[in-house]
Write a protein that binds this ligand. Structure first.
Ligand code: F6R
Length: 611
């Protein structure tokens, strides 16, 4: 959470920082600020989105060749001008931006208050900055030295960038637990929480590691550990184009990303699946195939939408591989005392690869001796790097805060992993294996066909835009999709929604049903079709409104539902992927119809790097 950007070099820093912040607004967008040095250190900051700060600075001379910028997701202190970053030290000479949480900030603050410090904001960031300055003044040492001493006292997660008016050619940065990417240009450097601020300038980047400090000048990058030892920067090549992070003619990133799914699913399958040859090639899985096939148990850890992908994966792996699977919220796993036994394999699913709870949970499991397998979208992210092995979902950058294309790519990848293990274990018949490979191969064109009918969902959304609650029901493989449909609706339209296994309805949620409540059924044709038809009847008998996602050719449900949307026929294991698409579109159109900011829903951030 929170996006950070920095630049130093021959170009004007301000436009690079503002553009970079706009690209990182998915990380938080409740306040914005920049600090620039042009002889003097100047800070401009404001509650609100990046464009609001930009508007307020029209006509002001913002020329500078060095600067840092921040887009915030509030943790300590409400969104306000005073709590916006950058913060300045008591002397006014230092400015700092921060992504993360300083857990012991209260203790540090008390020490500083005892020494007479006063604070202008409610943030942990201002405390840390003054703590660093206090050490510098006390020890008469360099800022770098003071930072090193300070960080040894700090508990929590951080990426910080500091500007020092007395050293106007240097940015000092440090990282632990939150991401920091440094772009290497010719006589210039770019900094970001991800690589998007530097895309048009360089393809060479360094991912800073935990407990490293970077001393950055226009033509020099020095990395050191907290023991003051020089580290060799490892330069990676970026495989990301500017077009991938632009709206490409769509009104919102969310819509663009929903419509990209035929391609992203194809990209996830490409080079891996060969249905005709009957092969799935995944080097990461192959590397640990013995451990995977002989695992006593697989534990899948994730949060939010990725947790829904994990739940579907549980159903699929248990069915195809006959290996017991447990799915846990990473936030719960990390704080309880889970049993990790010899032979357990942990799979972490994460779009961003930076979710703090998931990251810490796998670090804990790794320490306990488990094998960690990462299913991650963002290349080079922390979870990908901590994992022993893994596979990228290859969905490309997901900018809309509500996850769409990353989710379907996670499902595709997890089904491929299950199939690969099942084949190796011989727990699947050759016929079923081959059938599912072809089913996966057909997915992009089926998704394409669904998207052609997107307007039907717009019409349905118009009809229901004034409801205050909704219920999502599905059985078996469709239950995780009911959860995901409900989450998507809540996120982008602020309509309260709950997902339940359809059979659980009778154990409580049915009390909610009246003539105003829409109930969304994921009712594609499978073995439980007859049962879900009965559930629909039960809702209709209580005058509830039924919206049903059903398989083409279904002649029963259209006769009883208020609204239906058809998806192409598919095997029950891949059908949930198809049902996901109309639910994403329904949420999107409802959010738009209600005038919500679907790309940046209130209170959310894409990359949850705080616990
Ligand atoms: C919902 C959404 C979140 C994320 C969750 C985990 O649309 O995007 O629920 O799924 O914050 O994030 P990742 O997958 O990046 O670990």
């Amino acid at each position: 959470m929170c996006g950070i950007v920095g630049y130093l070099g021959p170009r004007q820093a301000y436009p690079i920082i503002i553009t970079g912040l706009k690209r990182q607004e998915y990380r938080g967008y409740d306040s914005t600020g920049v600090a620039l040095i042009n002889n003097d250190l100047t800070v401009y900051k404001k509650k609100g989105k990046v464009t609001e700060l930009e508007q307020s600075l029209i006509g002001i001379d913002v020329s500078a060749h060095i600067g840092i910028g921040h887009t915030r997701w509030a943790t300590h202190g409400e969104p306000s001008d005073k709590n916006a970053h950058p913060h300045q030290s008591a002397s006014g000479k230092l400015a700092m931006i921060h992504n993360g949480i300083i857990e012991n900030y209260n203790q540090l603050k008390q020490e500083l208050l005892n020494k007479g410090y006063q604070f202008k904001s409610d943030t942990d960031t201002e405390v840390l900055l003054n703590f660093i300055e206090e050490i510098q003044l006390n020890n008469q040492c360099t800022l770098e030295e003071a930072l090193r001493i300070a960080l040894k006292r700090v508990a929590g997660a951080y990426v910080i960038l500091i500007l020092d008016e007395n050293n106007p050619d240097t940015i000092i940065a440090a990282r632990k637990g939150s991401p920091l990417v440094i772009g290497i240009g010719k006589g210039e450097h770019f900094l970001g929480s991800d690589a998007t601020p530097m895309l048009e300038y360089t393809k060479e980047v360094v991912y800073v590691n935990d407990y490293e400090i970077a001393i950055i000048k226009a033509d020099e990058l020095i990395l050191k550990n907290l023991g003051n030892e020089r580290q060799t920067p490892y330069i990676s090549k970026l495989d990301l184009e500017l077009a991938a992070i632009e709206k490409g003619g769509f009104e919102h990133f969310m819509l663009k990303e929903i419509f990209e799914q035929p391609i992203t699913i194809y990209d996830c399958l490409r080079g891996r699946l060969d249905a005709a040859a009957g092969t799935i090639t995944m080097a990461g899985v192959q590397k640990y195939i013995l451990e995977l096939t002989s695992a006593n148990r697989i534990i899948i850890l994730a949060c939010g939408t990725s947790w829904h992908a994990a739940l579907l994966a549980e159903y699929v792996i248990e069915e195809l591989c006959r290996i017991p699977v447990e799915v846990d919220y990473a936030s719960e796993f990390r704080y309880r005392n889970p049993i990790i036994a010899q032979g357990d394999v942990i799979i972490a699913i994460s779009q961003s690869g930076e979710t703090a709870d998931t990251l810490v949970a796998i670090e804990k499991a790794k320490e306990a001796g488990a094998i960690i397998f990462g299913v991650v979208n963002v290349v080079g992210s922390s979870i990908a790097r901590v994992s022993h092995a893994g596979a990228y979902t290859h969905a490309g950058p997901e900018i809309g805060v509500a996850s769409t294309k990353a989710f379907t790519a996670q499902l595709v990848l997890m089904i491929m992993i299950a199939l690969k293990i099942a084949k190796e274990k011989s727990s699947i018949s050759h016929q079923r294996y081959s059938h599912l490979l072809f089913e996966l191969e057909d997915l992009p064109q089926k998704v394409e066909a669904i998207l052609k009918n997107a307007d039907e969902l717009k019409v349905i959304a118009e009809k229901y835009k004034d409801v205050s609650d909704a219920l999502y029901l599905g059985r078996g493989y469709n239950f995780p999709i009911a959860l995901e449909g409900a989450l998507k609706l809540k996120e982008v339209s602020y309509i309260h929604a709950e997902g339940y296994p359809a059979a659980e309805m009778k154990h409580g949620p049915i009390a909610l049903v009246d003539e105003k409540l829409p109930v969304v059924f994921i009712a594609t044709r499978d073995e439980s079709h007859g049962k879900i038809v009965s559930n629909i009847q039960e809702i209709k008998a209580r005058k509830g409104k039924v919206i049903a996602i059903i398989t083409e050719g279904d002649e029963i449900i259209p006769g009883m539902a208020d609204d239906v949307f058809f998806v192409p026929p598919a095997d029950e294991i891949v059908a949930p992927l198809l049902s996901t698409i109309p639910l994403q579109l329904l949420s999107y159109y409802l959010g738009v119809a209600k005038g919500c900011d679907v790309d940046k829903p209130r209170n959310l951030a894409k990359s949850v790097t705080v616990e």
